[in-house]
Design a protein around this ligand. Sequence first.
Ligand code: SAH
Length: 229
Amino acid sequence: MYTIKKFLKNMVSTNSSFNEKRERMVRAQLIARDIVDKEVLRAMAKVPRHEFLPADLWDRAYDDTPLPIEEMQTISQPYIVAYMIQALSIKKGDRILEVGTGSGYQTALLAEIHEKVYTVEVRAQLAHKAMAKINELGYGDRVKLHIADGSVGYEEEAPFDGIIVTAATFDIPEPLIKQLAEKGRIIIPIGGTDAQTLVRATKVKGKLIKEELFQCMFVPLVRQEFENN
Ligand code: SAH
C-alpha cells in the first residue's frame, strides 16, 4: 500500500537528490569557473531550477546547459545566469529591472538576493506562469511583474541602478539607457541570431562605458515598434 509516510519519504528523497545536484552544479559549474560572489552562490544553491522547467526536463535541470521552456523560449545555462547577476554588482537599495522574465528562474534568484525586483515580460502566458511559480516559492512580495514590451523599459518605476536583459538585440534600446541611473549598470546580449556578445555598460556622467564580456547566444528581443510596421 502507498502510505502517506511512503509518499513523504519519497518526496524528501527526491528533494534531497535535487539539493545534491544543485550543490554539485554550484561547485562544478560556478565556483570552478569564476563565480565568486557569495550572495550569487548562495542563491544558486537555494533556488530550485527544476521547478521552472516542464517535468520531463527535471532530470536535466542542473546540467551545464540552457533548456527549452514554452513558446520556443529558453531558460539560460546556470553559469550565464549566475555570471549576469554577478556582473550587475547589486548593492543594498538598488533598483533592479529584468527584461525578459521567461520562466521566472532568474527573477527568483534576483529576489533571493535583493528585496525588490522589477521584471517585464512580453509574452503574457509565460509571465503568468512565471509569476505563479514565484508566488508559490514565496518571492511574490519582492517581485513586481509588468506584462509589456520591455525594450521600452519600465518608465513608471525608473530610474534603475541595474538592468539585466535576457534577450538579444543589435543595439541597447534608447529607453533603457534613459532609465538607467548615474553609475547604473546594464547587462545585455548584443547581436543577431548567429553571433552575440554579452555587454556590460555603465552610465558615467550620462554616457555609457561599454565592456564586452563574452560570446553568448540568447533568443531575440521582440521590438514591437518594428514588428507592427
Ligand atoms: N531569464 C529567463 C530567460 C528568458 S528567455 C529565465 O531565467 O527563464 C528571454 C525572454 O525574453 C523570453 O521569455 C521572451 O518572451 C522575453 N522577451 C523577448 N522580447 C521581450 C521584450 N521586448 N520585452 C520583454 N520580454 C521579452
